[in-house]
Design a protein around this ligand. Structure first.
Ligand SMILES: O=P(O)(O)OC[C@H]1O[C@](O)(CO)[C@@H](O)[C@@H]1O
Length: 548
């Protein structure tokens, strides 16, 4: 596997970056009256305005050449065909199959029509959701279920939680959905305070059914049920599981008929479209869950078939590489101007950082470039009163994605116009900035003395020329939520492909798990810790002392 630096387009981009260094985005707009139109692309309910980037037509041409030279077209085909592109685990990567089963009959992978399995699981989900909502599924005292608690972590938590929250306006009455993830006992304790075991069902979501946090919380939930009076024989009325390891789930005590399958070809952080998304389906109903899948499928089709120059994930991925590798940007911010999307940056953070936080090329040799950036963000306008200061005047370059629906679900006086105005003003301010002359004039106009002008004006200078994308949709619906998340999934894959890394394994999380077990054993025993570093020894001692 060759390093991306060996592609001729990479070298051309390095050269081009120098030429662009002194060019201001405002000049690019002044020179090209069609820029707002030509730096725009649409797909699956979203329009991307990428005109506020440090890029001209030549930049885009070179970036797309890089994309070509990285073998993007065959990489995309390979993913959709079910090739084992997760080479270190020898697995297909087929989250796209999870949203294709309504549109396509078959997708043969390793001799199996995976779409049949997908459809059969969707049917099982439909039955479960219908039984819960109709009241046919009853707790041990024959009462209707009013609360469903999803227990899972990582991809078995973030995606479902973020989507369920994004679809709040579509929530069905009658059943409340809760999420427990952290092994911190406070998480489950606070949730259980709200619940009655007679009317609660727990969904334990774990692809591996071996994740410490999830097993601890599932055990705590079962103990709570027993404590609340649920007889052993009726525990199955209060538990369901989603896992690719049915054997382990059964061993744990799950009734086989209440286990929903998962497959090795779905990565945890790409799994909200599978039965891992059951909490979403319970919250909004299966019809809306299908719309979510349809939205993601529409983005998949776009990604697979649109020319590179119109391809949203390709454009966004390539621009991300432009900033990460040619402008030394260390982070990338996602700022949704929508309350319902406030937790989305956390999901995309896991999606992207677990996927592209890698330092080896596919063949195992070390990378020669930076790879995945730090992904972070939060809802606008809240962030404007917190970290936007650094975006505008800090020393670091932070490319931003602004995400906004044109229509709100909750018209309150003029709030939505104000919200949208703030979104646009942030991208505008990042681009245009404020010069020293403007700052000085402002102060003079406000009556400042020349001494005050000299002292204050430099602090009011905003450098500008800071890049952003703006993603707009008519309204946040199940369809557009699905297509938005799929867009970021594919953007991640585009970047991983350019960098030549495997975006679908996560070996880096293993060491912490192993060491965690060792330290846990030391915390709960009288082991000899003298071979540990002095810091860890002292921290262990502090814990033990506090418990005694
Ligand atoms: O679904 P599981 O197997 O419990 O794993 C949970 C999460 O843990 C991870 O393996 C990381 O520790 C994620 O990739 C995954 O989504």
């Amino acid at each position: 596997m060759s390093s991306p630096t060996q592609h001729s387009a990479w070298q051309a981009l390095a050269q081009h970056q120098q030429e662009m260094a002194s060019v201001k985005m405002t000049e690019l707009f002044a020179d090209d009256s069609t820029r707002a139109e030509s730096f725009k692309a649409s797909a699956a309910g979203w329009t991307l305005d990428y005109s506020k980037n440090r890029a001209n037509a030549n930049t885009m041409k070179l970036l797309l050449e890089l994309v070509e030279q990285a073998g993007m077209k065959s990489a995309i085909q390979g993913m959709f065909h079910g090739d084992h592109i997760n080479n270190t685990e020898d697995r297909s990567v087929l989250h796209v199959a999870l949203r294709a089963s309504q549109a396509q009959d078959s997708l043969m992978v390793d001799g199996v029509n995976v779409l049949e399995e997908v459809r059969s699981t969707l049917n099982q989900m439909e039955k479960f959701v219908a039984q819960l909502h109709s009241g046919e599924w009853k707790g041990y005292t024959d009462k209707k279920i009013t609360d469903v608690v999803s227990i899972g972590i990582g991809g078995s938590y973030l995606g479902p939680k973020v989507v369920a929250e994004a679809l709040t306006p579509y929530k069905k009455d009658g059943i409340k959905v809760h999420f427990v993830a952290n092994i911190d006992g406070s998480d489950i304790t606070e949730k259980l305070k709200l619940l009655n075991a007679e009317t609660t069902v727990f969904i334990v979501s774990s692809k591996s059914f071996g994740t410490l946090e999830t097993l601890y919380n599932a055990n705590a939930a079962r103990a709570w049920c027993i404590d609340q009076g649920v007889p052993d024989a009726d525990i199955k009325k209060h538990f369901a599981a989603v896992s690719s390891n049915v054997e382990k789930a059964v061993k744990f005590g799950m009734a086989e008929e209440n286990i929903f399958p998962m497959w090795d070809w779905v990565g945890g952080r790409y799994s909200l479209w599978s039965a891992i998304g059951l909490p979403i389906a319970v919250a909004v109903g299966m019809d809306k869950f299908y719309e979510l899948l349809d939205g993601a499928h529409a983005m998949d089709q776009h990604f697979k078939t649109a020319p590179l120059e119109e391809n949203l994930p390709v454009i966004m991925g390539a621009l991300g590489v432009w900033y990460s590798n040619f402008h030394n940007a260390q982070t990338h911010a996602l700022i949704p101007y929508d309350h319902y999307l406030r937790a989305m940056p956390a999901h995309i953070q896991q999606l992207d950082m677990e996927s592209n936080g890698k330092a080896n090329l596919l063949d195992g040799s070390g990378v020669a470039t930076d790879t995945g950036p730090i992904i972070w963000g939060g809802a606008g306008t809240n962030g404007q009163h917190a970290y936007h200061q650094l975006l505008h005047q800090g020393t670091r370059l932070v490319p931003v994605d602004f995400i906004a629906p044109l229509k709100t679900h909750n018209p309150v006086a003029d709030h939505h116009a104000q919200l949208f105005a703030n979104c646009l003003s942030q991208s505008q301010a990042l681009m245009v900035g404020k010069s020293l002359e403007q700052a000085e004039k402002e102060l003079r106009d406000a009556g400042a003395t020349e001494e005050q002008v000299a002292a204050i004006a430099p602090h009011k200078v905003i450098p500008g020329n800071r890049p952003s994308n703006t993603l707009l949709t008519e309204q946040l619906t199940p369809f557009t939520t699905g297509s938005l998340i799929a867009l970021y999934e594919h953007r991640t894959f585009v970047q991983g492909t350019i960098w030549g890394i495997n975006s679908f394994d996560q070996w880096g999380v293993e060491l912490g798990k192993v060491l965690g077990t060792d330290i846990y054993n030391r915390l709960v025993s009288d082991s000899d810790n003298s071979m540990l570093d002095a810091s860890t020894q002292a921290l262990i001692d502090a814990f033990k002392k506090a418990q005694s």
